[in-house]
Design a protein around this ligand. Structure first.
Ligand code: DGJ
Length: 752
């Protein structure tokens, strides 16, 4: 490797190539990643882990040279872009069908390039840099000599984040067509299986629950075939050592910047090596590469930490907030909104909405969002999707008239759309029944009484861009909530040749990205929020266009604890929209206090989802105070470092605690939540993290109640004491009685 003296003079981010060992070393302050070219030309994995001092000879790591599988069938050699059918029996990164029907590839090193910066992926979302000094990129060209197929494996390493991105570009440089049947974004072999596998799984209303299990021999995967990343599984995997905690120990995250069908898989082989692969789901996928054609995979983001699961989250939060989200809203404080959905559903008219907006303005709300039901003749969910013109029965002055009145009240105005959908009962369907996805002659399965538009077709994307541009240009619209309320069935596009139907799902995603890219470019000042029946497409792909996402349709505060906790493994609070809704809660019927509902929703992009004209005088005053509190601490809630303290997935799940800390560690807010109360509760201390041990903090409680909890904690406390000994959550018997179930309390810390 490079001489130590040279290395010391280098930038913190670096990629080196050593022609003697044919090894690449990628490193930054947080990690080192080493790969090599084997003697047979295959690209091999060597090391991913804590940073190694530059300049070492790496003899320990590079000793085991590999000549190929000849006479070594099924050797557990670590490979970076493995192929099938020639000795490696684990899951491959790439599979093809050649013109003669054979499927074997022998990918061998041809050349490489190391460049400053990080190029974008054409047509796909990705992380980015604003200055070439922020990252270095390595492109390694591999070639299958017989067919001419070329694969460029692309790695970028960031200066400021302990993350590596990976993707591949597959090009047919031969003379015959090739059918791609698997094209992973990343494949990585870890030399042991002593890991727990963590993923975020659930369903509508219960998204991103933390599932943790021991790795076992064989394949274990999560995936989507729904045309969206889905409520069921998030495109993310985490490996953590069994002893790893939130703050200590090794963990590696794998996140896919993609919103469509994906697979995230671990395979433990008979030698206890673990292969992780991540990319477009090969089930149902094919891509025809004519001579000269190329295919780009989505980007995978790999994060390594020795500071526990929290360390992995810290990196994803910072990277995704600063270098995945983009546009003017990336860094701006997000407004407190009132969304009318749970307040009215489809039953509203202009006076009703203006009364709600006015009541919202009076308590401090900054933006009023008109949700579903404003267009066509949409009195329920059986009609009108696709007819993006205002329903003048409800809104005689149009969106423009309404938006202007809302603005005159001193609020900004936001609008809900669901571009990708079509109702059978719509003008659009009468004119273009063939625009709905379906196989001619077969049943088109409905979901929520709607069908999906074929976003793989350019004319449909163009139509949506034109019609939605008119809507957005026709009124003072500051915010758009882009919903997607069903996933895809009967995948087929008449625009694709029979041998290209396997391209349908990915082309659908490309169409969605194109529409997002065009609309966000045409309307840069609009704050876009993505949504898919709640959090059914809460993924890094959409975060590249819409910096925030509606986290879940379940707005119950207790249910939201586990949803928001799980979401926070990958996604920053600036992406996580959380609203206070009415009680009894519309999803689970639970009655929680207004304080508790706010104390949960504060940790994210805050707002309300109810009818504020129905507030009692007491509620009105409480809500006004909540909004003052949130605005006072908005910067901290939206951009502070989020630290998980107690997991709703541990033990009986009765308690959750988390906190946000400012970058300078001078301010922090801790949230503590208890589902069910207990007689004589345990002596309970909550140790904080991420504070400055040398600072003293003035501690106050929200809401302030002059109770035992407040007496025990309020005052000036040392950061050392708060982290080593912790807050006291002990309550006297009387106060425990008064507290009841579904309790929440916030602790506000300000350095003296
Ligand atoms: C699902 C969303 O998640 C809700 O917030 C709401 O917008 C409805 N769709 C409207 O149909």
């Amino acid at each position: 490797m490079v001489a130590a003296a040279d290395a010391a003079a280098r930038l913190i981010v670096a990629i080196d190539w050593d022609p003697a060992t044919r090894a690449f070393e990628l490193r930054n302050d947080g990690l080192t990643y080493i790969l090599r070219v084997h003697r047979n030309g295959a690209l091999g994995g060597v090391y991913l882990g804590p940073p190694l001092a530059p300049g070492g000879d790496r003899a320990l790591l590079l000793g085991d040279a590999f000549d190929g599988f000849d006479n070594r069938l099924a050797a557990s050699v670590a490979l970076e872009y493995p192929t099938a059918g020639s000795g490696d029996y684990r899951v491959p990164a790439i599979e093809v069908e050649h013109a003669d029907g054979s499927t074997v590839l022998e990918l061998a090193y041809v050349a490489h390039r190391i460049t400053a910066g990080k190029p974008p992926v054409v047509g796909l979302p990705s992380t980015y840099v604003e200055d070439d000094a922020e990252a270095e990129t390595l492109e390694v060209d591999l070639r299958d000599a017989l067919s001419g197929l070329e694969v460029t494996v692309v790695y970028s390493v960031f200066r400021d984040f302990a993350a590596i991105t990976r993707r591949a570009r597959i090009r047919n440089s031969g003379t015959s067509p090739v059918r791609l049947t698997t094209a992973m974004s990343a494949s990585l072999d870890v030399p042991d299986a002593d890991w727990d596998l963590v993923h975020l799984s659930g369903m509508w209303g219960r998204e991103r629950q933390v599932i943790r299990r021991r790795l076992a021999p064989g394949r274990q995967a999560i995936s989507s075939r729904r045309g969206a990343s889905s409520h069921e599984h998030n495109p993310f995997l985490l490996l953590q050592r069994p002893a790893t905690t939130e703050e200590h120990g090794e963990a590696i995250g794998f996140s896919l910047v993609y919103s469509g069908n994906f697979v995230a898989e671990a395979e433990v082989d008979s030698r206890d090596s673990t292969r992780i692969r991540l990319g477009i789901n090969p089930e149902g996928f094919t891509w025809r590469l004519a001579p000269g054609d190329a295919f780009d995979t989505p980007e995978a983001v790999i994060v390594h930490s020795t500071a526990g699961v929290g360390g992995v989250s810290d990196t994803y939060h910072a990277l995704y907030r600063q270098r995945l989200a983009r546009g003017p809203w990336r860094d701006k404080p997000r407004p407190v909104v009132l969304n009318n959905w749970e307040g009215t559903y489809f039953a509203f008219d202009e006076p009703k909405l203006l009364a709600m907006a006015s009541a919202a303005r009076d308590v401090g709300v900054e933006l009023f969002v008109l949700d579903d039901g404003w267009f066509g003749q949409r009195d329920d969910d059986t009609s009108s999707l696709g007819d993006w013109s205002v329903d003048r029965r409800k809104l005689p002055n149009g969106i423009d008239g309404l938006a202007q009145k809302v603005e005159a009240l001193g609020l900004r105005f936001g609008l809900w759309i669901e571009p990708e959908m079509i109702s059978r009962r719509s003008r659009l369907y009468e004119e273009h029944p063939d625009w709905a996805i379906g196989v001619p002659g077969r049943t088109a399965t409905e979901s929520r009484n709607q069908l999906v538009l074929d976003m793989s077709r350019r004319e449909i994307v163009d139509h949506l861009f034109d019609i939605l541009s008119d809507v957005l240009a026709g009124a003072p619209i500051s915010y758009v909530k882009w919903d997607m309320n069903r996933t895809i069935t009967e995948p087929f596009s008449p625009s694709l040749a029979p041998d290209r139907q396997g391209e349908f799902f990915h082309r659908y995603s490309l169409g969605v990205y194109e529409l997002y890219a065009r609309l966000t470019k045409a309307f840069p000042d609009i704050l876009f929020e993505s949504c898919a029946g709640g959090g059914g497409r809460f993924d890094p792909g959409l975060l590249a266009y819409a910096p925030q996402t509606w986290t879940s349709d379940d707005t119950d505060a207790m249910e939201r604890l586990s949803i928001q906790y799980g979401t926070s493994l990958v996604y920053p609070l600036s992406a996580m929209v959380a609203h206070v809704s009415a009680v009894p809660n519309h999803q689970v019927g639970r009655i929680t206090s207004l304080d508790t509902r706010a104390a949960v929703a504060f940790f994210g992009v805050f707002g309300y989802e109810l009818d504020p004209t129905r507030f009692s005088a007491e509620d009105r005053a409480a809500v006004a105070e909540q909004i003052v509190f949130y605005k006072r601490w908005r910067e901290l809630f939206q951009r502070g470092r989020f630290v998980r303290l107690r997991s709703p997935f541990d033990g009986d799940g009765n308690e959750t605690a988390w906190m946000v800390v400012s970058a300078d560690r001078r301010q922090a807010i801790v949230g503590w939540y208890q589902v069910l109360n207990r007689v004589v509760p345990p002596l309970n201390r909550l140790r904080l993290r991420g504070l400055d041990a040398a600072l003293d903090y003035r501690l106050s409680l929200w809401p302030s109640r002059s109770d035992a909890l407040e007496r025990a904690n309020a005052g000036v406390r040392g950061g050392d004491e708060l982290m080593a000994a912790g807050l006291s959550l002990d309550a006297s018997k009387d106060e425990a009685l008064a507290r009841g179930d579904f309790a929440a309390r916030l602790f506000v810390l300000e350095a003296e």
